[in-house]
Design a protein around this ligand. Structure first.
Ligand SMILES: [Fe+2]
Length: 324
């Protein structure tokens, strides 16, 4: 299997357990250089040089392998440039001092940002625009924290999947407005997007409620229910040519940027060939039953890490015994 050539068993276990793994130097410096030049020329994510980061590196074959050989065509990419934060803005978030020095905007992609059919309740019946894997390629050095690093809530893919399974067990639908996830205030302001939230209380609205208590550094502050919740994620330290693979359900965001140079990443969103958007109003259809299973079982689509499914079972037992 190709996966054996580019991921060690330990790396696969890391992906299973943490929901994220970094593959060092998997993209050549030549490919990175060409992509940087294309970005500088203002070419988009669909340009040949940017697409080559995925298609002409081992990433394409690796993701095909991980997802059972059947992945929807990848033709687009997000070019994510994060500029250094001006010094006087470092602890300011959307115009106000942050309660935490750790400025990150954790979220699960595609939740509560695509308005549903209800005019006054945009989250109601809003689709979940999911995918299978997020693949990020570093085009600049991000080897120190607080340089706009890609950051994750480790293990949140499991918490989120468990919550969706819980919503399904109660009859659905999944997402905001479904069981045990009340619709939350929507105050989108010009120039913002929902992932960044609005003061004072909707910052975590793109994250399933149980996951909001997560955070793994001493800089975790605040509470999930009073608007002062600011999770502290694990910043990924990467060099040019490194790739990060994150499970779709892993909460992620970017750290604040106190460095001097722009942080450049390119993100590819990879979908298993049966993957579709989840539409709450169609929850009981066969297509949505499948997507309900996908969102409830983080490894359903990852057929080539069967070994690690066994590992996951052992992890579950380990956690139980640790808890007791
Ligand atoms: Fe995102």
């Amino acid at each position: 299997m190709i996966v054996d050539d580019f991921m060690t068993l330990e790396q696969r276990r890391e992906l299973i357990k943490e929901g994220v793994v970094i593959l060092r130097k998997i993209v050549s410096q030549d490919l990175c250089r060409a992509a940087i030049e294309a970005v500088n020329r203002k070419e988009g994510g669909a340009s040949d040089a940017v697409q080559a980061l995925y298609h002409n590196s081992p990433l394409h074959s690796l993701l095909q392998d991980l997802l059972g050989g059947q992945v929807l065509p990848v033709t687009s990419a997000q070019i994510a440039v994060r500029m250094p934060t001006p010094t006087d803005q470092i602890d300011i978030y959307m115009g106000r001092p942050t309660p935490s020095p750790f400025d990150w905007n954790g979220h699960v992609d595609g939740i509560a940002i695509h308005p549903g059919p209800h005019e006054n309740n945009p989250d109601h019946e809003a689709p979940i625009m999911s995918f299978s894997a997020l693949v990020g390629v570093a085009l600049s050095e991000q080897i120190k924290p607080d340089c706009g690093n890609f950051a994750v809530l480790r293990g949140s893919h499991l918490t989120n999947a468990a919550f969706f399974a819980h919503q399904a067990s109660k009859g659905g639908p999944l997402g905001p407005g479904g069981p045990d996830w009340p619709l939350e205030p929507w105050h989108r302001q010009p120039g913002s997007n929902a992932s960044r939230g609005q003061w004072p209380d909707v910052r975590p609205r793109m994250i399933p409620p149980p996951t909001r208590s997560m955070g793994d550094s001493p800089r975790y502050v605040g509470e999930s229910d009073n608007g002062s919740w600011w999770p502290s994620a694990t910043q990924q330290l990467m060099s040019k040519g490194d790739a990060v693979i994150a499970h779709y359900l892993t909460c992620h965001g970017e750290s604040r940027h106190v460095g001097k140079k722009p942080r450049n990443m390119v993100f590819f969103r990879i979908k298993h060939h049966l993957h579709t958007e989840y539409r709450p109003r169609d929850h009981k259809t066969a297509e949505m039953r499948y997507m309900t299973e996908v969102l409830s079982d983080p490894w359903l689509e990852w057929s080539q890490i069967e070994v690690d499914k066994n590992f996951r079972s052992s992890l579950g037992k380990q956690t139980q015994s640790e808890d007791s």
